[in-house]
Design a protein around this ligand. Sequence first.
Ligand SMILES: N[C@@H](CCC(=O)N[C@@H](CS)C(=O)NCC(=O)O)C(=O)O
Length: 385
Amino acid sequence: MFVLTYSNIIQTNGWCPFCERVWLILRAKNIPYDEQLISLQNKPDWYKALVPTTLVPAVLFHEDEDEKNERRIVWESSDIIEALDEAFPERTMLRDTPEYNTAIQMNDDLTKVGFEFVYAGRNESLTDEDKLERKGKFILELDRLDAALVEQQEKADGGICFRLGEFTAVDAIMIPTLERWRYQLPLTADIDILQGREGLKQWFASMDSYEPYSGRVMGDEYSWVATNSMFLRYFGGGEDKPDVAAAIKRADDAAVRLSSSFIDQAKDKDDSKKHSMEAAAKLVANHDGIVKDCTRDDPQSQQHIERASSEDDADVMLRHVCKLLLSEKDTFKETNKSPLPEITTDGAAAARVVASRLCVPRDMSAPAASILRATLISVANRIEE
Ligand SMILES: N[C@@H](CCC(=O)N[C@@H](CS)C(=O)NCC(=O)O)C(=O)O
């Protein structure tokens, strides 16, 4: 068992950086695992009984070979990573070297000053000068990391290069927070962490091309932008403050802008059938939940997105989209050729809602979501023709 916080129901947007580290390492080490998703707002009793801290992630190791059937539960992401290296030593993720320890320390320093800067808005006692000072410290640490990455990349002489050359636990530990900052800070703090930082840019390019990350764990720009207003409501320091309200509006507007180009965004993405199949499988497994979600009249999140009204049309639309995704042929070409089922324009509205509600990596991988969103919008456009 491997526990992730993502809820299968489309209502919560769980990102747990600690789960993501473990998830990525499981994939990088190619360890077979089952995942169990739990709601953090309403943790199941079995989980509370099993994990003393009740925090996620936790991993249940079980060995069925030789009928030993040993079961061992490990929690705390750092202990889990260590236990995974012990149990599966073929491709270790931890390193006992000064370079590794320095990289971990540098990341600790960066996240400390980064969160002190990001959450400064919540602290009423801070002056503008204090906030500026926090920003300065953050920028300094980002530059320090960038310089270390450039140095590493120079040794590697171009091509794929992780924090210490090859992929290690330090990359898995770094990526969840850096990914969030990459997409959210341009909106919330007017900071593009990649701007002028070639080392960081190269590192992201290496991560983006690393399948254990990009094939499932990676979040995408739209999901971070679309959930930004939720983060701001929780952690921004109060919606009543004009700058927080303005940031929420900026985030929602940016999400709407991005959603208007889902088809274009999918054009240069990996559109292999594997990803269409993944999207189709998710639509089938969660069909009833998705129909309800895109037509509900009391939405709990993304309330600015107007929901569709007919469950029947949503149902017909989703079945059609699923058929397109499952077809042997190119999904987009099929979208334009295949006859549309009998459906009203409310089916188009439902398709647009589902595309805007899809959240990565909660619901599926980034490549699968990219194909699904583009297919939904193409179908919506055809219905409205
Ligand atoms: N030190 C822990 C931290 C885990 C943690 O804080 N998980 C959060 C989710 S990001 C959690 O379970 N929160 C639920 C709660 O606080 O009840 C680790 O590294 O595993």
